[in-house]
Design a protein around this ligand. Sequence first.
Ligand code: SRM
Ligand code: SF4
Length: 512
Amino acid sequence: MANPIEKIKDEKPGLAVQAELAQLAQLGWQAVAKGDLERLKWVGWFFRKRTPGRWMVRLRVPGGVITSDQLRVLAQILTAGSDVQQMDITTRQNLELRGLCIEDIVQITAQLQAVGLTTVQSGMDNVRNVVGSPVAGLDPNEVMDVRPLVQQLNDAITNDGLGSFELSNLPRKFNISITGDRENSAHAEINDIGFIPARRDGELGFNVLVGGVLNSQRATPAFPLDCFVLPAQVTPLSLAILRVYSEFGPREARTRARLIYLLEDWGIPKFREAVAAQMGGPLTPAASEEFIDYHKRDHVGIHPQKQEGYYFVGLHVPVGRIYAPQALEVARLADAYGTGEVRLTVEQSLLIPHVHFRDLRAMLAEPLLTAFSPAPNPLLRGLVSCTGAQFCNLALIETKERALKLAHILAEELDVPQPVRIHWSGCPNSCGQPQLGDIGLIGTKTKINGQMVDAVDILMGGRVGKDAVLGAVSHTNVPCEELPALLKSLLIEHFGAEERQAAVLVPMGDPS
Ligand code: SRM
Ligand code: SF4
């Protein structure tokens, strides 16, 4: 039996709302039908139960590449129509605008289109923002610049931003990563398809991983499809896999509809055959030479580019949150010191490339860098947090504010010799990728003296880059107010942290 979302899609395809934006805007949010509330996610508009009337708008930023002109338009949109004037960098190198009104949907869509941005197919049963190396074309050690491939795949999937009916009725969401660096910078292992640089018979291309998933049911790393593709085959192979998944993927229960379930049901040989049939010929077996050579960097700080004399400056954006005036400042700095280009990272931060050596000193003196630091404390540097209860419909706990507050408390107390990647998710859906953190926290509830309180399950041991490993649960149902003391002891025991001075720990309750 089909699940309720399949019924909604059968009644009218999700993408159909694209032709109805003007009517929906006129109706106003209270009158939008339940089915259309879901369908609007196909064009990136997410109704927020926690802030009725104020919507989240999710863009697509393929590979995290964005320009100063685009950032200025986003700031303009926020200034004109958002009550909170903020946007968040997401764990898929993407942006979500907050606090917008459906009444403005037509104008906002046009404003975005005018600068080459789209929100299409960024929610529900679509291919989400395609992630790639944030330093593609800059990294002196990269194997391949994947930007054209990421863009080509994105355009094929979204039909150049117009929306593709064929590829927008998948059984479930779908994630794709393409990297050409040697550090697995976009986490191939947690994507439904991950393209990893490889060489076969002297030709550079990619080995392909499939079936990665993180959600409340399971956390399974992607595994080899035993397939090598040349760069020109990245898009055709992705489309072939998507067509197989769309036709044969399970649609009964939403909780068992991701690609992994089809792979497990069929096994890799049958899946390979079906994909080969779509491709019109046999798949080439995987190359034995693969390029994931080192631990993943976070790209924060000043790094030389392959272009001599030029640097990219990675700025840490605390929990990914950017206010409209800050976005304008980022745009100004990108124009003044670079070429107007900005890159977003899956760690919810950004970098400004193409800064000449002679301009570095002046750039580092810019006031914005006190908020977005190129040299943050090691406990802030690797901090990632999902949206959490402030805006998310599914959250069990508040995350962003709590994550920042706790990191600051611990940073005051401890000297930590190296960055510790702490990833927060406000519920088991794992949007903050807690399994990737050195320490991961997953929101839950527990009882203290008969009272329900905010709590977390804790994961340890996530490793990214070469030999990536998902973290495993180490503690369950830890009340959030016990976190300062517990995390402090974990940091001392496992990460070489040392107490700065004897200090009284502030208990952490609800941030509200
Ligand atoms: Fe996510 C649902 C936010 C990355 C797994 N995710 C949601 C919703 C749409 C729920 C809702 O309607 O409130 C959240 C919107 C909150 C809001 O207002 O921002 C939400 N997910 C996010 C973001 C913004 C977290 C962040 O702060 O960065 C990320 C947006 C990415 C993007 O730009 O497209 C985000 N979500 C992820 C990731 C990480 C990734 O893609 O690398 C995952 C785990 C990886 C995966 O999918 O395998 C993830 N989100 C989920 C799931 C569980 C999916 C499943 O298979 O069950 C849900 C729930 C669902 O889809 O039913 C979900
Ligand atoms: Fe919301 Fe849970 Fe995803 Fe966080 S992990 S954004 S709380 S669905």
